[in-house]
Design a protein around this ligand. Sequence first.
Ligand code: HEC
Ligand code: HEC
Ligand code: HEC
Length: 113
Amino acid sequence: MRYLMVFLLCMSVVCLLSVSAQEVKPPTKLVFQTKMGNVTYDHAAHVKRAKGDCKVCHDKLFQQSDKAPLNYKPAMHKTAEANKTACAACHVTGGMAFPTAGNCAKCHVKAAS
Ligand code: HEC
Ligand code: HEC
Ligand code: HEC
């Protein structure tokens, strides 16, 4: 009986977590300000490529808040690429998306002066 209670409790926590990952309204675009030039992150395009599965990124790679740190900039992305964390979970050599090397301008856009 006690085990059943614990089991049910765990199941409801799991349910709550997966519901909360889906019910928030996702942003379309997020802009990250950096000294290298701002990065416009197309959240909608990334969600589409993840086939609508929020759990591909939340909260394993990122918090659902644009105020939370991305943890992507240390050592010019090399730390993240070595650990396959943050954007480098995918944007890494051998990953599903372009790595940083040679591709700075695909993300960092300098303001026209
Ligand atoms: C490919 C990765 C990825 C996927 C998939 C993804 N997100 Fe996000 N999401 C992000 C990133 C990156 C941020 C910004 C996090 C930060 O700034 O620390 C974010 C932020 C958010 C925010 C906060 C926006 C704000 O203005 O504070 C919400 C809400 C959110 N996502 C909802 C969702 C929902 C709902 C889904 C599924 C439909 C989803 N996300 C799928 C990467 C993703
Ligand atoms: C779950 C995997 C995944 C994560 C995490 C991810 N991306 Fe992407 N991203 C992709 C894929 C796949 C593409 C398209 C393939 C390509 O162009 O190599 C892409 C393309 C892009 C593009 C080109 C424009 C577009 O959206 O088509 C930019 C810019 C970009 N990502 C920035 C980021 C940034 C910044 C982060 C972290 C905040 C991030 N990505 C995290 C998978 C990911
Ligand atoms: C996949 C997209 C992407 C690519 C490619 C990329 N960056 Fe970034 N970069 C970002 C994002 C997003 C941030 C903000 C990270 C954070 O806040 O943790 C950032 C932050 C930085 C910062 C910190 C700037 C500051 O204001 O503190 C530097 C330096 C930087 N990038 C250099 C580079 C260089 C050099 C390259 C090319 C070799 C590059 N980046 C390629 C997305 C990218």
